[in-house]
Design a binder for this molecule. Structure first.
Ligand SMILES: Cc1cc2nc3c(=O)[nH]c(=O)nc-3n(C[C@H](O)[C@H](O)[C@H](O)COP(=O)(O)OP(=O)(O)OC[C@H]3O[C@@H](n4cnc5c(N)ncnc54)[C@H](O)[C@@H]3O)c2cc1C
Length: 492
């Protein structure tokens, strides 16, 4: 079999490249086709003894033994799934652009090869493709399809303390026009396996590409600098696909593995494959806003509120504070309860005051300089997390800075509710970096998305990011995939 352009992976990255390409292409995808409502039914039928997120993940398991994800170490809480469309089914839909400051690095090794402005038009197209809905107060002026309704209630409640707060953009379909098969968000929660199929998934990205499912690309065969053949495994036996050019969009770990297993040309900088892995570490905090009545459950989508006043960068670590829009945790409520008032029988007043308690989720950057890395040994992917553990104490200062910011704004920290998850593990399923396209000599991929030393191997996905910061990656993955499609069209 021969194809002009072969794309490996049918997630957002691969599917968006196919969407933007003008010439013929074939997508190969190791995962089987599935029906999202059948998976939801499977989840509903499960014994609910395990954690909710673990059950959702099990609902997405592939039927094929060859679709087992790599086992990452216990101090990395991230994972991924391998059914048709991959993590782009499982994601939560919270949609950010990266901060502009991520593009202002001075060190070449962690600097993007283009500036933030170059990416802007692609971000705008990506936001349309993902059917983003946004808060009109969103400072990134998103190119959204619709507004999140009910945002003014949140602005009103939070503005005495956090006047810049806004509801994070969502790839949850809130528009009744041109649904194109996608469901409508009713704010039911459970975005990771949406009962209405309202969250945008990769399979909602329209294109005319042919997709061959249940085809696992094991490795590429190179003749000198040119990759000529994908050696594949299928349930019916081995398969070989020849091509003119190939786009690897197999996501974080799997894109690397495929390269590690290939006879790469000598000019490809193998030593840098797997380096500078980024993800996010997390802390959960809580605070009390005196006299506020927070309007929980009063927007038409499951969402998080971004609090710029409690976000920023310290010691090279970008951090983003999200307010949870579901009622505060028990620990936060217990910590915020005024026991003196309660004991003096002002029961109603002290309970009513709890309406000002907010749980917070802090996304903490793992800077690329900490050099968490992946490598391939004994037929499996391994991770070196020493750089993380040697540096994680720096997050303590970030948390202290967030508390100090709260106090300066008249917000009361509820320290009893603090959960410094970062002390034990990191990971929010954001497998970023590892095939970086930096402006430095450590780049594995050049500014045209081509693996260095090769003539015709391109990469799409979050593994390209030289620096991610504390923002979720997917809008950037889609924007870069559009940019790559343009580059390939120009070359053709
Ligand atoms: C639980 C969870 C929540 C998340 N929430 C958010 C969020 O709120 N906001 C956000 O921005 N991001 C979020 N993410 C991250 C988001 O899912 C990813 O950034 C995005 O889906 C990546 O798209 P992709 O196409 O690169 O990878 P994928 O969607 O995983 O696609 C890769 C595809 O390649 C296939 N594949 C892999 N190896 C091979 C091979 N060798 N041969 C053939 N096919 C192969 C896989 O089966 C898969 O279908 C979340 C992720 C998870 C898991």
């Amino acid at each position: 079999m021969f194809v002009e352009t072969l794309i490996i992976g049918n997630g957002f990255a691969g599917r968006t490249v196919a969407h933007g390409l003008t010439g013929p292409c074939l997508i190969v995808e190791r995962g089987e086709k599935f029906n999202i409502f059948e998976r939801r039914a499977r989840f509903n039928a499960m014994e609910k003894a395990d954690r909710h997120d673990a059950l959702i993940r099990r609902s997405y398991e592939s039927v094929h033994a060859f679709n087992m994800p790599e086992e990452l170490p216990p101090d990395c809480a991230s994972d991924y799934i391998l059914v048709d469309g991959g993590c782009s089914n499982h994601w939560g839909g919270l949609s950010f652009r990266l901060s502009a400051s991520m593009f202002d690095q001075t060190a070449d090794g962690f600097r993007w090869p283009f500036d933030f402005q170059t990416l802007q038009p692609h971000y705008r197209n990506a936001e349309r493709l993902l059917r983003i809905s946004a808060d009109p107060r969103d400072p990134d002026e998103r190119n959204s399809l619709s507004e999140i309704q009910g945002t003014h209630r949140w602005h009103q409640a939070l503005s005495p303390y956090f006047p810049q707060a806004y509801i994070g953009a969502q790839a949850h379909n809130l528009s009744v026009e041109n649904l194109d098969g996608q469901g409508l968000c009713m704010g039911a929660g459970d975005c990771e396996l949406c009962p209405m199929d309202a969250k945008t998934r990769s399979l909602h990205i329209r294109n005319n590409a042919q997709v061959m499912n249940e085809v696992l690309v094991d490795h590429l065969r190179f003749e000198d600098g040119k990759a000529v053949e994908a050696i594949c495994q299928t349930p019916k036996g081995p398969l070989s696909i020849r091509f003119n050019r190939v786009v690897i969009a197999a996501h974080g770990v799997e894109s690397l593995k495929l390269l590690w297993k290939s006879n790469l040309p000598p000019q490809t900088p193998k030593a840098f494959i797997g380096r500078y892995c980024q993800d996010h570490a997390v802390a959960e905090l809580a605070c009390h806003l005196p006299k506020a009545k927070i309007p929980f459950f009063q927007v038409n989508t499951a969402a998080q509120v971004v609090i710029p006043e409690l976000s920023g960068e310290l010691d090279g670590i970008e951090y983003t504070t999200l307010g949870l829009m579901t009622s505060a945790s028990n620990a936060a409520l217990a910590g915020a309860l005024d026991l003196k008032k309660m004991n003096s029988w002002a029961v109603q007043e002290s309970v009513e005051e709890l309406a000002g308690t907010l749980s917070l989720y802090i996304l903490l950057e793992i800077p690329p300089q900490w050099d968490v890395s992946l490598f391939y040994e004994g037929g499996a992917v391994r991770m070196d997390t020493d750089g993380y553990h040697g540096n994680k104490h720096r997050y303590d200062a970030v948390i202290a800075a967030i508390y100090a910011k709260m106090e300066a704004l008249g917000v009361l920290p509820v320290r009893e509710a603090e959960q410094a998850h970062y002390q034990n593990a990191f990971g929010t399923h954001h497998l970023v970096g590892m095939l970086n396209m930096s402006a430095g000599d450590n780049a594995v991929v050049d500014k045209d998305f081509r693996v260095k030393g090769t003539e015709n191997v391109y990469v799409a996905g979050s593994s390209l990011f030289p620096r991610c910061g504390s923002r979720n990656p997917t809008v950037t993955v889609v924007a870069l995939a559009l940019m790559l499609a343009n580059t390939l069209n120009e070359r053709a």
